[in-house]
Design a protein around this ligand. Structure first.
Ligand SMILES: NC(=O)C1=CN([C@@H]2O[C@H](COP(=O)(O)OP(=O)(O)OC[C@H]3O[C@@H](n4cnc5c(N)ncnc54)[C@H](OP(=O)(O)O)[C@@H]3O)[C@@H](O)[C@H]2O)C=CC1
Ligand SMILES: O=C(O)C1=N[C@H](C(=O)O)C[C@H](O)C1
Length: 254
């Protein structure tokens, strides 16, 4: 995502790439961020710590939960806005993201794509209309390098459906099945995960009723959709006061 973000920020007419960071010890430190992203020199050198970065307005973070929390601490200290695309946070870590919103402007979205955020809205309607009489299953597929499962997007889909139906996802989620599972409990929401090759991201929510099955899904074909959404979010965040927002706010879908 780092490369996709450098491309998106540089190609946008409004934004300018001010800084770029990678993990300490990375062999890429000192290289030009534009050259790494395949768009030619942009005059921004990759640094190994946010404290060494030139000044910036908004930080876009797609890293790992631990580094995101370190970046949040820096942004809180320096009054900067942050757009967080990282997934795989524990509940405790999510509480820290929420707390940051009391001090600085924060966008936290498991998926920045416009299409996926539209899907989130459609899921609310589907859950309201047929959720209670359906068996609900969510299937997601991603590339072989992805380290968290189910994806943050699949979990958000589950949360939206559960909230709409007045259920608690932490109590009704079933993550994969094996062996003698017994018959399906009607009020559960099932998750299945596929990992392989270069799949960018696929999500499908099924509402399986007697006689018919509604599927609401999306296949993302380019990581640029995520990066462009993050840049859109960063522009939206400029001039905003403190608060915790997501892409539904950015896209006016709330
Ligand atoms: N919200 C959304 O729309 C999307 C979210 N994501 C999420 O974004 C995250 C990153 O995804 P992806 O790019 O595929 O994963 P990668 O593992 O390819 O990239 C993460 C990068 O962050 C680097 N990194 C780790 N620690 C730091 C640090 N302290 N400072 C700066 N850089 C650091 C890693 O370096 P190194 O490799 O050296 O460890 C790595 O290059 C994942 O959680 C993923 O689920 C992805 C796509 C879309
Ligand atoms: O790791 C990825 O690639 C992606 N991660 C996000 C997630 O966990 O939902 C968003 C997108 O699906 C791509």
């Amino acid at each position: 995502m780092g490369k996709a973000l450098v491309q998106a920020v540089s190609q946008d007419e409004v934004t300018t790439l001010a800084a770029a960071t990678d993990r300490a010890g990375s062999s890429l430190i000192g290289a030009d961020a534009g050259e790494l992203a395949g768009i030619g020199k942009v005059g921004v050198t990759l640094v190994d710590d946010i404290t060494k970065a030139p000044d910036f307005d908004v930080l876009i973070d797609f890293t790992s939960p631990e580094s995101t929390l370190a970046h949040i601490a820096y942004c809180r200290q320096h009054g900067k806005g942050i757009v967080i695309g990282t997934t795989g946070f524990s509940d405790e870590q999510k509480a820290e993201l929420k707390a940051a919103g009391d001090e600085i402007p924060v966008i936290f979205a498991a998926n920045m794509s416009v299409g996926v955020n539209l899907i989130f809205k459609l899921l609310e309607t589907a859950a309201r209309v047929i959720g209670d009489e359906s068996d609900i299953e969510i299937v997601e597929a991603h590339h072989r390098h992805k380290v968290d499962a189910p994806s943050g997007t699949a979990l958000r889909m589950g949360e939206i459906i559960a909230e709409t139906l007045g259920r608690d996802l932490s109590k009704c989620a079933v993550y994969g099945r094996e062996g003698h599972t017994g018959a399906r409990d009607k009020d559960t929401i099932g998750f299945a995960t596929i990992r392989g090759g270069d799949i960018v991201g696929e999500h499908n929510a099924m509402f399986i009723a007697e006689g018919e099955r509604v599927e609401i899904g999306i296949r993302s074909a380019s990581r640029a959709t995520y990066a462009n959404g993050a840049v859109r979010g960063a522009k939206w965040l400029m001039g905003k006061g403190k608060g915790l927002f997501d892409m539904q706010d950015v896209l006016g879908l709330r």
